[in-house]
Ligand binder design. Structure first.
Ligand code: AMP
Length: 190
C-alpha cells in the first residue's frame, strides 16, 4: 500500500503516521524527521535545510525531491510506504508522480487530517513546551500555518480530482483518530 498523509502543522500527522504505518506494516517516511536527523548530525543536507526549517519555510523543492527519490528507491519501501509531510508543493506532486512511475507503483490513498485552527494553535504551543523544537516558537508556528495554506492546501484539490483524497476528522483521542484513518484507507476487496 502506498499512502500519503497530509494536514496542517499540529494536525497529528507525525503521531498518526507512525502508528498507522506500523499497523499496515509499511515503511513510515517523514521528510521532517529525515531533515531533523541531518540537522542534528551536521550533514551537508542538514546545513542546507536548517535555515529554512528554523524560519518555518519549506526546504527548496530540488533538495527535498532528490532526498525523497533516493529514499523511495531503498529496499524497505518496496512493500509499501506511508509518506508523512511529502508532497507539500505542486512541484513535489509532479516529482512524486514521476518517481512512482519509474518504480512502477501508484498511490492508493491520500489522507487529509482535519483539525480546527484554534485546536491546532493550542497543540503546537503545547508541543513547543514539550519538545524544544526550534521551529515551534509562536511566530514560526504562524508562518508554518500560512505556508501550508499557500503552498500545500492546493494539493488537496489535485488529489480530490484524482479520486484519491479522503478527509479524516483529526479531533479527539489518538486511538480514535487512528481507527478513523484505518477505516478510510481500507481498500475495496483488500
Ligand atoms: P514536519 O516535521 O513535517 O512538520 O517538517 C518540519 C520542517 O521540515 C518543515 O517546516 C519544512 O521546513 C521541512 N520540510 C519537511 N517536509 C518538507 C517538504 N516536503 N518540503 C519542504 N520542506 C519540508
Amino acid at each position: 500500500m502506498h499512502l500519503v498523509l497530509m494536514g496542517p502543522p499540529g494536525a497529528g500527522k507525525g503521531t498518526q503516521a507512525q502508528i498507522v504505518a506500523g499497523r499496515l506494516s509499511v515503511t513510515h517516511i517523514s521528510t521532517g524527521d529525515i531533515f531533523r536527523t541531518n540537522v542534528s548530525s551536521g550533514t551537508p543536507l542538514g546545513l542546507q535545510a536548517q535555515r529554512y526549517m528554523d524560519a518555518g519555510e519549506y526546504v527548496p523543492d530540488d533538495v527535498t525531491n532528490a532526498m525523497v527519490r533516493g529514499r523511495l528507491g531503498e529496499p524497505d519501501c518496496s512493500a509499501g510506504f506511508l509518506l508523512d509531510g511529502y508532497p507539500r508543493t505542486l512541484d513535489q506532486v509532479s516529482e512524486l508522480d514521476d518517481i512512482l512511475t519509474s518504480l512502477n507503483k501508484r498511490l492508493d490513498r491520500v489522507v487529509e487530517l482535519t483539525v480546527d485552527r484554534e485546536e491546532l494553535v493550542q497543540r503546537l504551543v503545547r508541543r513547543a513546551v514539550d519538545s524544544g523544537r526550534s521551529d515551534d516558537t509562536e511566530d514560526v508556528i504562524r508562518r508554518r500555518m500560512d505556508v501550508y495554506q499557500e503552498q500545500t492546501s492546493p494539493l488537496l484539490q489535485v488529489y480530490a480530482t484524482r479520486g484519491l483524497l479522503v478527509s479524516v476528522d483529526g479531533m479527539g483521542a489518538v486511538d480514535q483518530v487512528t481507527a478513523r484513518i484505518l477505516d478510510a484507507v481500507e481498500l475495496p476487496g483488500g
